[in-house]
Every structure is written in C-alpha cells, then in structure tokens.
Write a protein that binds this ligand. Structure first.
Ligand code: HEM
Ligand code: CA
Length: 312
C-alpha cells in the first residue's frame, strides 16, 4: 500500500494518547477560528511537496538557513504554526522526544478535514523530522496559483503523484480562503468567460464582478475570498460543482475544466460533482499517498523537541 514504512499504530506503546491530544486541540483551535481547519490541511501539502513530509516547513530561519515560511507561496499566507507548537508542547509533556512534528501535521490535517464534515481516515505514522529546510525548494515545488494545467501535472509528477491525485487533492479547496493577490489575475482574464451550463452565464459574470470590485486595487491584495464560494465552511464536493459552473477561484482551479474540456479530467470532475462519496474515497487515497512522500523513518532525521528548531 501507500504508507511504505509508516504504520497506523506507531505510537500505540510509546505515546498512546498522541492521537487523542492532537484531535482535542485541533478541535479547540477550529472552534476558536474555523478557518484553522483549512490552514492545517494546507500545511501538510506545503510540507510534503518540499523535501517530503518531514516538518521542514515548520523550521524558523536560523543561522544561514532561511525558512520555507519566507518563500513566496508561504509568506503572509501559510498559517497554523502556533497550533502545532501548542500541540507539540503538550506532547513533549506527555511523552518527551517521541512524537514527530511531521506526524503532528499529518494527524492535524486528518482531524481538520473530519471536523469540517469531510471523511475520516486512519492516519499513517512514524515519520521523523528533517534537519533542514529548503527556501529554494518551497519556491520551486509548491505550484503557483496561475499555473497552467501542464505545469500542475508536472509539478505533481515530480512528487510521484498523478493526474488523479491532482484532481482529488485540488478538492481541498472546498474549505479555506485565498487573498486577492492569489486570484486577481484570474478575474481579469478576458478569455475565461467559458462556462458549461448555458444558463449559468449571467451568474458567472456576477461572480467575477463581485470579486473584481473586492480586489479593485493593490491596496486590497490581502483581502480574503472563500475558495469555495458556495459552502466554504464545509468539506464537501461543492468545489467541483463550482468548477463546472466556471466559478473556480484560482486559475489553477479553473484550468482543470478549461484546458481539458471533455477529456479525462473533465469526466472525473463531473463524477465528483455528482458523487461526494466517490470524492471522499479518492481524496483519502491521495492524502495517504501525499502523506508518504519522501518520509524519514528509522534512524533518519530526528524527533524535534521544538518544531521550529532542529535539536542542539
Ligand atoms: C493544485 C495546486 C494548488 C495550488 C496552485 C494551490 C494554491 C493555493 C493558493 C494560492 C491558496 C491561497 C493562498 C493565499 O492567497 O494566501 C491556497 C489555499 C489553500 N490550499 Fe491550495 N493549492 C493547490 C493544491 C492544494 C492541495 C493539494 C491542498 C491540500 C491537500 C491545498 C489546500 C489548500 C487549503 C485548505 C487552502 C486554504 C488555506 C487557508 O484558508 O488558510 N491546496 N492554495
Ligand atoms: Ca517538507
């Protein structure tokens, strides 16, 4: 299966309460700030695509190592670090130097999806933490929101993920928000009037008009819009319905339907739009695959004491 060397009962003996502690504290964090569920899910994606799922994304700048947090896809955007820090602090108290920061990310992402109404899955554990971060890697490997379909496909391929994974994992954009900076190119693009329901044309242009007025000048680059305009609070299949209606927020969302009309991708998006259970099954499978990219296990890496710094 996908986990490779990872196991579902990895902490059963060494830290039996680990999953419970993570779950409870993700719940508290999401109650305080509902968007945090989306932010924690995204954190796993941005970790796994740079050096693998090794918590490299959590390291702060230190000495001559520049953090991934400062890279373009992450700066002023990636969130959830304080939540992970607090969970790590509690886990260090319960079982010192036992639960890796990378496993905390994986558990928190799983719990976040479930809390918003999405699927639950058995998370695979046993990752260890990196000794370094890669600022350059974060800029290179995390796809940009204005990516073409070809570059998205290639980007996922570099991580051992296929087109199926790209389509299913993009469904993560059923929750959370994006800044005007990330999608304003999309709403000024003149050739994006294409839509797949004939009657949808008028509502489609309203969609763009509202966003355009919200993002009308660069002083508003940090204004937020929901990635899923219909049900941003719920992890559901509405993302795919939006795509079919021409209402994907990012260029990288929209190209899944505009650059592959009537092809393999389009058919899959249609299937997810009418069958949420199928989307959930495929999403879980792809999350397990993404969660095992280049993991450190055994004696590789270390169990960090503080997720922001390598151990001294
Ligand atoms: C397919 C390529 C992808 C691109 C180009 C992309 C790009 C983006 C961008 C630009 C944002 C908004 C950031 C901002 O404006 O601050 C965002 C948000 C988000 N992304 Fe993606 N993303 C992709 C795939 C994924 C994947 C695979 C996941 C998780 C499995 C994911 C989860 C999220 C979530 C949950 C948010 C909302 C975060 C929040 O509200 O804090 N994305 N993404
Ligand atoms: Ca990483």
């Amino acid at each position: 299966e996908f986990g490779g060397p990872l196991l579902k009962d990895f902490y059963k003996e060494s830290c039996p309460l680990a999953e419970e502690i993570v779950k409870h504290n993700v719940e508290v964090a999401v109650l305080k700030d509902p968007r945090m569920a989306a932010s924690l899910l995204r954190l796993q994606f941005h970790d796994c695509f740079v050096l693998g799922c090794d918590a490299s994304v959590l390291l702060d700048t230190h000495g001559d190592m520049v953090s991934e947090k400062q890279a373009t896809p992450n700066v002023n955007s990636l969130r959830g670090f304080e939540v992970i820090d607090y969970i790590k602090y509690l886990l260090e108290d319960a079982c010192p130097l036992t639960v890796s920061c990378s496993d905390i990310i994986a558990m928190a992402a799983r719990d976040s999806v479930f809390l918003r109404g999405g699927p639950w899955w058995e998370v695979l554990l046993g990752r260890r933490d990196s000794l370094k971060a890669s600022f350059a890697g974060a800029n290179q490997f995390i796809p940009a929101p204005n990516s073409s379909l070809d570059s998205l496909i290639n980007n996922f391929k570099q991580q051992g993920l296929d087109i199926q994974d790209l389509i299913a994992l993009s469904g993560a954009h059923t929750i959370g928000k994006a800044r005007c900076l990330s999608f304003k190119q999309r709403i000024v693009q003149p050739n994006m009037e294409q839509t797949f329901y004939v009657d949808e044309f008028k509502r489609h242009s309203t969609f763009r008009r509202v966003l355009r007025s919200q993002c009308k000048d660069s002083s508003r680059d940090n204004e937020l819009s929901p990635l899923d305009i219909k049900t941003e609070a719920y992890f559901d299949n509405h993302y795919y319905i939006n795509l079919l209606e021409g209402k994907g927020l990012l260029i990288s969302d929209n190209v899944l339907v505009t650059e592959d009309h009537e092809g393999e991708i389009f058919r899959k998006i249609w299937e997810y739009a009418v069958d949420q259970d199928l989307f959930f099954i495929d999403f879980v499978e792809s999350m397990l695959k993404m969660g095992s990219i280049n993991v450190l296990t055994g004696i590789e890496g270390e169990i960090r004491e503080n997720c922001r710094f390598v151990n001294v």
